[in-house]
Design a protein around this ligand. Structure first.
Ligand code: KIV
Ligand code: ZN
Length: 520
């Protein structure tokens, strides 16, 4: 009998991070991996090691550090990719190599230019090669949902014979619909002769808005691993959202017949907020489970019913997903120890030096802001700890912005470069922020285009901290910059400088090296 446990395979750090604009630095990825481990996901797909030295290093560090969850790394069906995974996963407590190769006709003919037989052979050779390094091998026939059914059955049977312990069925382009996907999983269970030797997994994309529905339909049909991402981030319209799948199974136990996950659902909100904040991907207000409005009852009729009994209009308990009322955490007079304990309880891992920096920031903030909430502290830790300022080329010393109705805004900016020199420039612009950015450009000499600019209140009250996120394009590269603070004009300057530093340091991976198969 198949287990009733559903394996949650989180691919936020691979498929999620792969989508344009969601890239994270090493420190940020480690923080997400730690949070995923607190959430108790079963498998963390940490990256695609052959893609770049940066990807390799982040998989390696996550593999070295994370205990409890399995750490998976992605490879094309190529020996050099599989070897890179094996090297990156060397110290993992529980490693998995995930190999993928396209099987659909359009991918075979147009992308790979390989015959059906050649693909079966490549897949089996790759799985057998992976087995030399790792017992736990997952194989994904990419674009499975558009692959001829009998051919898919043949491939799945062959890779299980070659040693695959998980067979993942990707709906790569988000094409399938729930009933069809149920039929596909059932037919694999009925027709793949050795299917009991492997776990069936699914990996659904959201191009038609059905990623979660398709994943749940597959679970109902017998899949026992679901691949998903936090907040549903991922290529194009994204992947299946982890929090929606987990809460659907928990809330509708009656329907799913006791299939359960090992997720600590109280970590859903902290994880969702961390990922949103680090990637700059805002969560839509009405997003299921984690959106700001998910538990807000607006209409009079609903409010009346809700006050009589929560069950009238609430199918989930907000506390179950970790949505507690924020507490007023610490005051101006709180000490370093209390602050350290609070930060630890929030899931951050900081060393003594970092704690000192946060403490200084905390005291400054306490002077600026009367009430300090959990979320203020969250913002502060993120700003100070996750940001690797050693690699920064410029830092903001001072900004002066002049703005008056009917007049052209002007700004003067002072930046300090790594060598200690202070650079000053003034400029005007279409608005106060534009004038600041023009002044910064004069100093750095870079030609930058502002692609996106967002400000959101991260905390509460009239003295709430704002988070400014900018997307900046320069010479074929696009980076995300963030700045936070009570003063949003200053935060706007910081966000732009953060982006400039990323452009100057060249942190993001280059293109996948020229193997003979295109990347995922
Ligand atoms: O969408 C997809 O097919 C993938 C595979 C690599 C599993 O991401
Ligand atoms: Zn995918």
């Amino acid at each position: 009998m198949q287990s009733e446990k559903l394996i949650i395979f989180d691919t936020t750090l691979r498929d999620g991070e792969q989508c344009p604009g969601a890239s994270m630095n090493l420190r940020e990825k480690l923080e997400v991996a730690r949070q995923l481990s607190l959430l108790r996901v079963d498998v963390i797909e940490a990256g695609f090691p052959v893609a770049s030295p940066g990807d390799f290093e982040s998989v390696k560090q996550i593999a070295n550090e994370i205990k409890g969850a399995k750490v998976a790394a992605l490879a094309r069906a190529l020996e050099k990719d599989i070897e890179a995974c094996a090297r990156a996963l060397e110290k993992a407590e529980s490693p998995r190599i995930h190999i993928f190769l396209s099987t659909s006709k359009v991918h075979r003919d147009q992308k790979l230019q390989r015959s059906k037989a050649e693909i079966v052979k490549m897949a089996c050779d790759a799985v057998a090669f992976g087995k030399k390094f790792c017992d736990d091998i997952e194989f994904s026939p990419e674009d499975a949902s558009r692959t001829e059914r009998d051919y898919l059955i043949e491939v799945v049977e062959a890779v299980i014979d070659a040693g695959a312990t998980t067979v993942n069925i990707p709906d790569t382009v988000g094409y399938t619909v729930p009933e069809e996907f149920t039929g596909l999983i059932r037919s694999l269970k009925e027709n793949v002769s050795n299917i009991e030797k492997a776990i069936i997994s699914v990996h659904c994309h959201n191009d038609l808005g059905m990623a979660v529905a398709n994943s749940l339909a597959a679970v109902k049909a017998g899949a026992r691993q679901v691949e998903c991402t936090v907040n549903g981030i991922g290529e194009r319209a994204g992947n299946a959202a982890m929090e929606e799948i987990v809460m659907a199974l928990k809330t509708r136990k009656d329907f799913f017949g006791g299939v359960d996950t090992g997720i600590d659902t109280r970590q859903i909100i902290p994880t969702s907020r961390l990922v949103s904040s680090l990637t700059g991907f805002l969560i839509q207000r009405n997003k299921a489970v984690v959106g700001k409005n998910a538990f807000a009852h607006e209409s009079g009729v609903h409010q009346d019913g809700f006050l009589k009994s929560k069950k009238t209009y609430e199918i989930m308990d907000p506390q179950d997903i970790g949505l507690n009322k924020s507490e007023l955490v610490l005051g101006k007079h709180s000490g370093r120890n209390a602050l350290g304990q609070k930060i630890k309880a929030m899931g951050f891992d900081v060393n003594a030096d970092e704690l000192n920096k946060v403490f200084v920031g905390f005291k400054t903030l306490a002077d600026e802001k009367k009430e300090i909430f959990d979320e203020d502290l969250f913002v502060l830790v993120q700003k100070i700890v996750l940001h690797n300022d050693e690699s920064d080329v410029y830092s903001l010393k001072r900004v002066k912005s002049e703005f008056e109705t009917g007049a052209t805004p002007t700004a003067t900016v002072e930046l300090e470069s790594r060598d200690g020199k202070v650079h000053t420039a003034s400029a005007d612009g279409d608005g106060p922020v534009d004038s600041i950015y023009n002044a910064i450009d004069k100093i750095t000499g870079l030609t930058c285009k502002l692609m996106d600019y967002q400000v959101i209140a991260k905390t509460r009250g009239h003295d709430a901290q704002g988070e400014v996120t900018v997307r900046v394009h320069s010479e074929n590269r696009e980076v995300l910059g963030k700045g936070m603070g009570v003063n949003t004009v200053e935060a706007s300057a910081s966000a732009y400088i953060d982006a400039i530093n990323k452009l100057l340091v060249n942190t993001k991976s280059g293109p996948v090296d020229g193997g003979d198969l295109p990347g995922p």
